[in-house]
Structures are given as structure tokens and as C-alpha cells.
Design a protein around this ligand. Structure first.
Ligand code: ATP
Length: 340
């Protein structure tokens, strides 16, 4: 057996033992959320391709402000089937290079949320790979290619998801053998939402978002998501938000979802940041009114916005509503489903 073949099989074993299921063609699925493919290029180097999802916050409560300036939160996050794709290829010269572009035809990007994504050091992908290099002391290089589909400044976690994908890709591509716990610690350094994307399911996230409690068996959910023409900066939305005296609990929503009661779940969708975002952007109130006129179980803003979503009974209904909303010029619109 050639060394390269051994390396790929070794990687397969690593992946299997870290919770990824592999098919015959070395295609791995991290739960049904992050999907990892391993390939081999003629030089013998391993190429890692990671499809990494967006998220929606079905519940978001602010519990208080901490001494370190972060907010203590409780949120229920759900990965959805809208993916960015990160390709990682090892380079022997030690250089790190990122090429980043929108993975959508220009015509589909006439909506919003498809502004320039930072190249170089300020892209979270580069920061993630840099961090893993510093922590492990490796001097290896890589060519990274990022195909974006997740709108930015939307509260859909695109940058965080890309950072998590970069950690997974570098760990496999450079055969570092880091454990999930080690990756999760680096993820938390990169951003509050990054550890969630390493988990393989929906999750309740607490602390500043980095303490993950996986939640399984919520059943399939169908959403329409609109990213209006205006985005909001997370820091501005938190700044305009006050922690309540009596915070809401995620529990009733969770129980409704476990019962498969979408009607109740829709009623219980909640986001404490929404009122603050409504003061900062007229689009939030406008989208609230728009979804109130649709046959959805419930609706609300994701994270710090401005993406706004409704929960629907079926994929067909969601697709029909998405077409209608797109025609109304509200921004970019997608019909998606929960991916675990
Ligand atoms: P969250 O729900 O985690 O707050 P978000 O949708 O509000 O996510 P993003 O758009 O993913 O936030 O990222 C916020 C900012 O981070 C962007 O406006 C962009 O300038 C910067 N950024 C850095 N790297 C990336 C990346 N790979 N993809 C998108 N944005 C990135």
C-alpha cells in the first residue's frame, strides 16, 4: 500500500473516531450539519472540503451583562441547509492563502447580505488556521478557497461557521490529530458562536454562547429566511438591549418541539434582541408585519439580525412563500429546512 493511501485511511479512522460517519468514498457527515469530504490530489496531499451550515436562533434570551463585557445568554440554535463551502489543500511552502468568493450567480446576489467579505487576516477562516498553527507549532501552509452562500451581518453565523470549518479542515488536512475538546477550546477563542458549529446537532448555548448542550430529536422544520437590504452590527444591537428582570426560559419551546407541536413552537419563538434591532432598523418591524400576513406558525429575528424567518408546515409551503416574498423586493430570500 502506498503512503498516500495509508494517510487517507488513517484520516478516515480519525474521522470515524471523532464522530463523523464515512461512506465508501471517504465522504463524511458531521451529523447532518457540517459535511466533510476527503480527497487526494496527484501530489499525494489530502484535500479537505467542508460544507458548513448557517444557523437560526429559535430562542434567544439575554440574562445579563458580565464583567468581561460579554452578555450572558441562553439560546436555542438550529443548523439549516444553507452552506458555505471551504476547500483546504496543504501547501509545502508554508504559505497561507485564502481565495474568497460568493458561490452564487451574480443574478441571485441582487438581494442583500452579499457584500464584500474580508480577505486576508481579517477573514475568520485565516484567523482560525493561524490560531491552529500557533497552538500546534506547525509551520505547514495551505491554499484555502471559500465559497460563500450565507448572507453576512444577518445573525445566521456565516463567519463563525466558516471558522469552525477551517479548524476541522486544518486538523484533518495537516493530520494534527487534535481532539474535539481541543478544537472546541480554540473555537471559543475565535468567537462565541464558533463552538456551536463543531457540534453535530441543534443545541442550547449558554454562557456567552460557547457552552453547548446538544439537543436531538426536534424533528424537521421548514423556514423562509429573509435578509433585508440592511444589515446590523452585533455590537450595536447588544448595546441597545437591556437584560430583563425576569428572563424567559427556553424550556416551553423545547417541549413543544419535542412533542412535534409546530403550532405551539411557532408561538414560542422568541428573541430578546429583536426589540433593540427594531429601534435600529425599520426592516425588522416591516418583516414582522410581512410574516404576520403569511400562514406561518410563528416568526422572529435570528441572532442579532437582520435575517428574519418564519416557521412553516411544509417545504412546499415554504418554497411558495419564498417566491412570493422575493417578488416583493424585501431582500434576499431562501426556503430552508433544519438539517438535524
Ligand atoms: P452571527 O450570528 O455569528 O453574529 P452574523 O451573520 O451577524 O453572524 P457574519 O456576517 O457571519 O455575522 O460576520 C460578521 C462580520 O465578520 C462580517 O460583516 C465580516 O466583516 C466579518 N467576517 C470575517 N470573516 C468572515 C467570513 N468568513 N464570512 C463572513 N463574514 C466574515
Amino acid at each position: 500500500m502506498r503512503t498516500a493511501e495509508c494517510a487517507v485511511i488513517w484520516l478516515a479512522i480519525q474521522i470515524a473516531s471523532s464522530g463523523l460517519r464515512l461512506g465508501n468514498s471517504f465522504v463524511g457527515r458531521w451529523g447532518a450539519a457540517m459535511q466533510v469530504q476527503l480527497g487526494q490530489i496527484p501530489s499525494g496531499a489530502v484535500e479537505v472540503v467542508v460544507h458548513t451550515p448557517a444557523k437560526l436562533n429559535l430562542f434567544f434570551e439575554v440574562l445579563g451583562r458580565r464583567a468581561d463585557g460579554f452578555h450572558e445568554i441562553e439560546t436555542l440554535m438550529c443548523p439549516i441547509d444553507l452552506y458555505d463551502t471551504l476547500s483546504f489543500r496543504e501547501e509545502m511552502n508554508g504559505n497561507l492563502e485564502l481565495e474568497c468568493q460568493w458561490g452564487l450567480a451574480a443574478s441571485s446576489r441582487s438581494g442583500s447580505g452579499f457584500e464584500e467579505v474580508p480577505q486576508g487576516q481579517s477573514n475568520l477562516v485565516v484567523r482560525a488556521v493561524d490560531l491552529i498553527r500557533r497552538r500546534t507549532g506547525t509551520t505547514r501552509g495551505a491554499t484555502l478557497s471559500l465559497l460563500k452562500r450565507i448572507p453576512t451581518a444577518a445573525g445566521m453565523g456565516g463567519g463563525s461557521s466558516d471558522a469552525a470549518a477551517a479548524l476541522v479542515a486544518a486538523n484533518l488536512g495537516w493530520k494534527l490529530g487534535l481532539s474535539m475538546a481541543e478544537l472546541a477550546a480554540m473555537a471559543a477563542e475565535l468567537g462565541s458562536d464558533v463552538p456551536f458549529f463543531l457540534s453535530n446537532s441543534s443545541a442550547i448555548c449558554r454562557g456567552r454562547g460557547e457552552r453547548i448542550e446538544p439537543v436531538r430529536g426536534l424533528g424537521m422544520m421548514y423556514f423562509v429566511v429573509v435578509r433585508p437590504p440592511e444589515g446590523l452590527a452585533t455590537v450595536a444591537v447588544y448595546g441597545a438591549c437591556r437584560a430583563p428582570k425576569s428572563p424567559f426560559s427556553v424550556q416551553p419551546l423545547l417541549e413543544a418541539l419535542y412533542r412535534g407541536d409546530a403550532r405551539d413552537a411557532g408561538r414560542l419563538l422568541f428573541n430578546r434582541l429583536q426589540e433593540a434591532a427594531e429601534q435600529l432598523s425599520p426592516w425588522i418591524g416591516k418583516l414582522g408585519q410581512t410574516f404576520a400576513g403569511e400562514v406561518c406558525f410563528g416568526h422572529g429575528m435570528s441572532g442579532s439580525g437582520t435575517a428574519y424567518f418564519g416557521l412553516f408546515a411544509s417545504a412546499a409551503t415554504a418554497r411558495r412563500v419564498a417566491r412570493r416574498l422575493l417578488a416583493r423586493g424585501l431582500g434576499s430570500v431562501v426556503a430552508v429546512r433544519s438539517c438535524c
